[in-house]
Design a protein around this ligand. Sequence first.
Ligand SMILES: [Zn+2]
Length: 408
Amino acid sequence: MKIKFRALLTMCGDPVENGELIIDGGNIVEISTTQSGNDDVDLSDCLLMPGFVNAHCHLSLTALEKKLSPSDSFADWIRALIPLNSALDNESRIRGIRAGAEVMKRSGVTALGDYVAEPELLPVIGELGFRSVLFLETIGFQSQKALALCKNLEEVLQRECVSPLYQLGLAPHAPYSVSPDLFRRLAQLAEQYHCPLSCHVAEIKEESRFLVIGDNSLEELLKERSAWDPEWQPPYKTPMQYLSSLEILDRLIAVHCNFVSDDLDIMEEKKVSTVFCPKSTAWFGRTQFMPVRALLDRGMNVALGTDSLASNDSLNFLDELRTADKLLPDVSRQEILTMATSGGAEALGLQCGTLASGQKADLIGFRVSPSYSGLWWDVPFEPHRCEVDFYSVDGEPDALFPLSRPKA
Ligand SMILES: [Zn+2]
């Protein structure tokens, strides 16, 4: 298939103008700087770029849209979330998943890293059409439960037949909700099954306190849930030092990282990938959040994620770009787009996020006016854009988008 374009952001080189993209078998064969004229898809009024990678989401919470509000206490937010989540029936949950997926797709997300707490939802989420890593989300603060939890996970890892579009990962929920023994066992499982590992790390101040001197709000929450472990002793470490001591940092995708300014050396040494969630950060009204500039200056990989609708008011990824642009005045738009594409692909270990020969043909397009003379990097940030105009995963244009239909 040949696609004629006005401009193309490869995300691994300079923009290419007035050229042609040649795709075969779902892969990019060539990006030509000339146009042959016998194209299959005419996008000569479009900017093309790699599809966005939403590196952190919980699609199964989409049905909680607008049911929660920010709270001063993180423990109270969790207290509000748990009964609402438990009350969701399967039908509403699946309807929410599909609605959330459509919003993401319309806003240009072609690849997804999703936390899945219920293994029976794996086929539902895995068959939404994204290139995905589905992380089996695991909670268990009591050490004696670690072995049984890991046995169950191993059964899922062995049983799930994995489609070409999705693979499995493991997600210990957070340092305050997972026992040291469970962390170690999950790291071993990840190694054994070649799975990526993801974890919420240093999202809240209380977590750092919990690991150094103990934190009453998190301890009370665990006790209320009958999940407290009386053997627990704070390790007197920062979240990253703690995870490093459990040998879980080496392959970690660390989500949020709002309180890591003392941990940048260890994160750099262990090559931790991070996921910044702009709108979730804004939703909680956080004034201290991931030091993205400092991470990028160290050459570290940063991705973008939406998190769930329990802490965000929409899964529109173009809104995430604009919010990142506001929250990170010292990060350029080119860098934000890199986080949104190749940064996410690198974190999740996916062969997408850049447009180059041999890469997957996961791409999106934005219609631009013939007189457009601005920077191509600015196009996705334009305030009027709610949707992309062209969308393709694996070189398969999507019928939701009229421009994506090949010529008859
Ligand atoms: Zn999350």
